[in-house]
Design a protein around this ligand. Structure first.
Ligand code: COA
Length: 168
C-alpha cells in the first residue's frame, strides 16, 4: 500500500467528496449532500473535513476517501464522525483514514469522545471502526431519518483514554 496522508479537505475537494458519496452501492450505507451544502458546511468551524491521500513518488497526491466531522473542538468535548467513505473499499484505506482522523481529533482538540452511528448491517464499516479502536456501545433506536423512514443505528465510540492506551 502507498504511504497515506490525512489532511484537511478544501473547497477544491468537493467534487471528489460528492462523487465518493455517490459510489454505486453506497446509497444504503452513507448520507449524501449536494455540493452547495458541503461548501456551506466548510465555512462553519464546527465542521471539519479530512481527506486521505495516497502519496506517489513524484506525482500528485491521489484522493482516496474523505471524512466529515461535526462538533470539531466544541466545548462539549464530544465530536461526531458524521460521514466517512472511501472510493475503493476493502483495501485498507478506510482504516488508514480513521487512524489519521483519531490522531487529529485527540491530538489537535480537547475532545474526550469521538463517536459515530452506523447501520447495523454495515459489517465492513463496523470491522474498520473496530480495527481503529472504536467500541460498540449499543443501538440508538430510530436515530437516522433516511429515505423517509426512521432507522436504528449502532453507536460506536473511542475515548481519549482508549486512544492513549493504543499509542503506548
Ligand atoms: C466504511 C469504509 C470507510 C471503511 O473503509 P475500507 O477502506 O473499506 O476499510 P478497510 O479496508 O480499511 O477495512 C475493512 C475491514 O472490514 C473487513 N471487511 C471487508 N468486507 C467485509 C464484509 N463484507 N463484512 C465484514 N467485514 C468486512 C476487512 O477485512 C477489514 O477488516 P480487517 O482490518 O480486520 O482486515 C468503506 O468501506 C466505505 O466507504 N464504505 C461505504 C460507505 C460507508 O459504509 N460509510 C460508513 C457509513 S457509517
Amino acid at each position: 500500500m502507498p504511504e497515506i496522508e490525512v489532511v484537511r479537505a478544501t473547497e477544491s475537494d468537493i467534487p471528489f467528496i460528492v462523487a465518493t458519496e455517490r459510489r454505486p452501492g453506497f446509497e444504503s450505507l452513507v448520507g449524501r449532500w449536494e455540493a452547495a451544502q458541503h461548501a456551506e458546511a466548510m465555512t462553519e468551524p464546527r465542521y471539519a473535513y479530512f481527506l486521505a491521500r495516497a502519496l506517489h513518488d513524484g506525482g500528485e497526491p491521489e484522493p482516496l476517501g474523505f471524512a466529515l466531522l461535526r462538533d470539531w473542538n466544541g466545548p462539549e468535548r464530544s465530536t461526531l464522525l458524521k460521514r466517512i467513505a472511501v472510493a475503493e473499499p476493502g483495501q485498507g484505506h478506510g482504516t488508514a483514514l480513521l487512524n489519521g482522523l483519531i490522531d487529529r481529533v485527540f491530538g489537535e482538540t480537547q475532545a474526550h469522545r469521538l463517536s459515530l452511528g452506523l447501520f447495523p448491517h454495515n459489517l465492513r464499516a463496523r470491522r474498520a471502526y473496530e480495527s481503529a479502536g472504536f467500541q460498540a456501545e449499543g443501538i440508538s433506536r430510530g436515530s437516522a431519518f433516511v429515505g423517509g423512514q426512521h432507522h436504528d443505528e449502532l453507536v460506536m465510540a473511542i475515548l481519549r483514554p482508549d486512544w492513549l492506551a493504543r499509542k503506548t
